[in-house]
Design a binder for this molecule. Structure first.
Ligand code: PEP
Length: 251
């Protein structure tokens, strides 16, 4: 049985105070929820204050990116060890916005994944096809390449700290969710790719989240699919109430 995960990606939104307020509002709303891992990912500048606000709770903290070196002359970067040091348990890697605007490649994703695991973090690795790729019939080839190259060099023992997020780029922030069956088909394919590049037991255990315009009113259908283990939520995670409803409906 795979434990569901609902992760909120706040992207580049909210000042530090607002992030703390949202986290504080979320606490009582999900306090009684058991059986789901709840994760929030504020901007870098809000991580430390949000970590403090979440102290003693079960809500876990993620960064939205990291670099692959521990320390050194890499102006503007933040290392996985630094994230762990201020209380992050998770880090999102390879989000499509990073691939699209900041030149992230499967190779840099892989370097970051390996470094983050080395520092003890749980990684949420994002993969997903663009609209052009879907329309030209290359969805599975893209997912296979991103999963295989993004997870290259990992062993079965690493994979209990890897969560994969399938996020079709055409569904992110567009209000256009993949249908339950489109998402299930992609998740099943990703699971079979993990079985080929690692092994079947690992593939059966790895958690695969769906991301792309998830809302309180579409989470139940998605969660009803056998290979969907949770969601990476952007817009609808910015409001504590709607995010908490997604967490509750995920059950
Ligand atoms: C995301 O940013 O990962 C995402 C899925 O965004 P949204 O829910 O707004 O589509």
């Amino acid at each position: 049985m795979r434990r569901p995960v609902i992760a909120g990606n706040w992207k580049m939104n909210k000042m530090s105070r607002e992030s703390v307020d949202t986290a504080t509002d979320l606490l009582p709303l999900v306090a009684s929820v058991q059986g789901v891992d709840v994760v929030v990912a504020p901007v870098f500048t809000a991580l430390a204050p949000v970590a403090k606000a979440l102290e003693g709770s079960t809500i876990q903290l993620a960064a939205q990116d990291c670099f692959w070196e521990d320390a050194g002359a890499f102006t503007g970067e933040v290392s996985p060890a630094m994230l762990a040091d201020i209380g992050c348990s998770h880090v999102i890697i390879g989000h499509s916005e990073r691939r699209q605007y900041f030149g992230e490649t499967d190779e840099t994703v892989n370097r970051k994944v390996r470094a983050a695991l080395q520092s003890g973090l749980i990684v949420i690795v994002c993969i997903g096809e663009t609209l052009d790729e879907r329309e030209s019939g290359t969805t599975f080839a893209v997912l296979e390449r991103q999963a295989t190259e993004g997870l290259a060099g990992l062993r079965a023992g690493d994979m209990n700290r890897v969560i994969i997020a399938y996020e079709p780029v055409w569904a992110i922030g567009t209000g256009k969710t993949a249908s339950d069956s489109q998402a299930q088909e992609a998740h099943a394919f990703i699971r079979s790719t993990v079985a080929s590049c690692i092994d079947q037991t690992t593939a059966d255990a790895v958690r695969i989240l769906y991301g792309g315009s998830v809302k309180p009113d579409n989470i139940s259908g998605l969660m009803g699919q056998p290979d969907i283990d949770g969601a990476l939520v952007g817009g609808a995670s910015l409001d504590a109430d709607s995010f908490a409803r997604i967490v509750r409906y995920a059950l």
